[in-house]
Design a binder for this molecule. Structure first.
Ligand code: CKU
Length: 605
């Protein structure tokens, strides 16, 4: 069990959640001496930076953008006197990739892993009815003992530099919201829900964890605010008569209110929007509420101009509007868990989410996108450091599932992206990771991982772990692109025929396919990188998708152009977006819109 509650911070009848977003003091620790120089008592300089945001794209100096090391943040917070007796926490939506938190000069906690929330319990250290100083040391160095994987080099001038084993810029800092929380001493810590649909009715099986022994009471309200079910006790079942189910692009959200009571007196109250639905894989079908669904949508990134990977509520809104416009119904949170607000919006808009942990770069390569089809082996899971990596990976899975399990939008867990699966050494690693996800999720949602191009029917040792086989394939881009596209089609079909011959009786989806395309480039006849070529490629790929019944979804790479490390294969970023980085359509968006609007939800069902 995790040390702190992962519930989203909210103000309720018994709780206070105060946003600490805004300008924070900021300092890059060039020499890595902040700890010894006493930064815990106050950081140098007068510079201020917005939180939440990646720090990289505000400044004009390259040494800042490329900085690898300790990044210090500081701000004051006033703690009201009436909060004496409450349990106080600082709650970070994420700190990338690791952090230490100091309050009034004392180190309170450390957290490893850059895309999941953590709390610092500050109850014993705050001064009431007074200002308190918060200092956070964030570190953004990449290693092979934590996810996502990469290395940190030292340049001749002594500066450190990040070398990711993955294809997105190593944006970092305090990229998500920070809250100050005041909770009662006895509070709702966590809860699990599972659903059963019986004719018109639904049964909601629940389990609540609290930090005390007082009575726990649950009430469920519909969208009109009418009470539809109630129950007492920390575990039980609630019957919802004539339940309105949560459906794809037709979401219905009930409001679950959990209360801890001492007689009539309220001790704690927590409320959350929930959706009644079941998810299951049966044969080659993905079933939502027992009915087959075909996934249409994207692999995304949290990435935009200026704030980088920082959560931006406006960008989120625009992205959902574009996904609705194009007829998508799903996305994968490639390559890390996203900001919680994005799942809340997916719950409300009825999008299906494949929720990915940040296990990317588990293949030793600075250009895995190029080497993916080369057959290169790096013995990644045979490293001395593998046990440490596995430990960090498992902890991230626990945090991910605990954080996201009650979102109706989450229909599957993606436990790794493009690991090296061609060596037997991967097998015990996979087993631990997949078993853990099964054990932690009471809904037993399908588990998957994205297969890199050389993870083929005859080379991949790990596909059997997946409940949904998710392929990342680039026939017509990395393999036989341009005028060789007819060859690409044959190779693609050959691979799909080989999967078919295995008769796995599992659904297949594409979690990546696509071509880099410049939003500015038109060329007749086509050349690679032109919008015309993106359309030719999509026509070929879609025809292959349509000719295999066991293919149950297509999530194109990527929703929008995104920033990567600079290099000879990336033109100021990855240009595989269907939309540009400023969220305008390329020609392919219209092609996909026609296709996706025309495909029924139960396509091939
Ligand atoms: C994408 C072999 C495919 C790896 N896949 C990972 C993703 O992060 C990259 O951006 C490829 C690409 O565009 O190359």
């Amino acid at each position: 069990m995790l040390e702190n509650s992962m519930l989203y911070p909210k103000t309720t009848a018994s709780r206070r959640a105060v946003s600490l977003d805004g300008m924070w003091k900021f300092w890059l620790d060039e020499n890595g001496t902040g700890e010894k120089d006493g930064f815990a008592d106050g950081i140098p300089g007068e510079d201020r930076i917005p939180v939440p945001a990646s720090f990289q794209d505000f400044y004009t100096e390259k040494n800042i953008r490329e900085f690898a090391g300790d990044i210090w943040y500081e701000r004051e917070v006033f703690v009201p006197g009436e909060w004496e007796g409450s349990q106080l926490f600082l709650r970070f939506g994420a700190a990338t990739h690791r952090a230490a938190v100091y309050v009034n000069g004392r180190k309170i906690t450390e957290h490893e892993g850059g895309f999941l929330p953590f709390c610092a319990d500050i109850t014993g250290v705050v001064r009431y009815q007074a200002d308190n100083q918060i200092v956070v040391r964030v570190n953004n160095e990449l290693t092979v003992t934590n996810i996502p994987c990469g290395e940190t080099l030292t340049l001749p001038d002594g500066r450190k530099m990040n070398k990711p084993y993955f294809d997105f810029f190593n944006y970092s800092g305090l990229q998500r919201s920070v809250f100050l929380l005041a909770l009662p001493k006895e509070y709702v810590f966590d809860f699990d829900l599972d659903y059963e649909i019986a004719g018109k009715d639904a049964f909601l099986h629940y389990q609540v964890k609290t930090t005390g022994e007082h009575e726990t009471v649950l009430r469920l309200y519909d969208e009109q605010g009418r009470e539809v079910a109630a129950s007492a006790g920390k575990s039980g079942v609630m019957k919802v008569e004539n339940a309105r189910l949560w459906r794809v692009r037709d979401a219905y959200l009930y409001r679950l209110v959990i209360r801890i009571l001492d007689g009539d007196a309220l001790i704690d109250e927590y409320a959350q929007e929930i959706g009644i639905r079941t998810v299951e894989v049966k044969g080659t079908s993905i079933l939502l509420n027992g009915e087959p669904v075909y996934l249409k949508g994207f692999g995304k990134h949290e990435d935009s101009d200026i704030v980088g990977r920082g959560f931006h509520i406006g960008v989120m809104k625009r992205d959902f509007e574009l996904m609705k416009w194009i007829g998508a119904n799903s996305f994968r949170t490639a390559h890390y868990p996203y900001s919680e607000e994005i799942y809340q919006m997916a719950d409300r808009e009825g999008f299906l989410v494949i929720d990915e942990v940040a296990a990317v770069g588990l293949f030793e390569s600075l250009m895995n996108f190029m080497e993916a089809s080369s057959g290169k082996k790096t013995a990644f899971f045979k490293k001395e450091t593998t046990p440490m990596l596995l430990k960090a990976h498992k902890k991230a899975i626990e945090e991910l599932i605990t954080r996201d399990k009650n979102h109706p939008c989450v229909i599957a867990w993606s436990l790794l992206n493009e690991p090296e699966t061609t060596d037997e050494a991967a097998v015990p690693y996979f087993k631990e990771v997949f078993d853990l996800a099964r054990e932690l999720d009471v809904q037993k949602r399908p588990r998957t991982f994205a297969l890199i191009m050389n993870s083929l029917p005859d080379t991949c040792k790990c596909y059997r772990f997946s409940d949904i086989i998710a392929l990342n394939r680039y026939y017509g881009w990395y393999v036989k692109g341009g005028h060789e596209i007819s060859q690409a089609r044959l190779l693609f079909q050959k691979e799909m025929d080989a999967w078919k011959a295995l008769n796995l009786d599992k659904p297949f989806i594409f979690t990546e396919y696509g071509t880099d395309t410049l939003g500015t480039e038109h060329k007749l006849p086509s050349v690679m990188w032109s919008q015309e070529y993106q359309e030719e490629y999509l026509n070929m790929t879609n025809e292959v998708f349509d000719s295999y019944d066991f293919i149950k979804g297509e999530q194109i790479w990527n929703f929008a152009d995104f920033q990567t490390t600079e290099g000879i294969l990336r033109v100021n970023g990855n240009k595989k977006g269907v939309f540009t980085r400023d969220r305008q359509p390329k020609d392919a968006a219209y092609l996909l819109r026609r296709r996706w609007k025309g495909l029924p939800l139960d396509y091939k069902g």
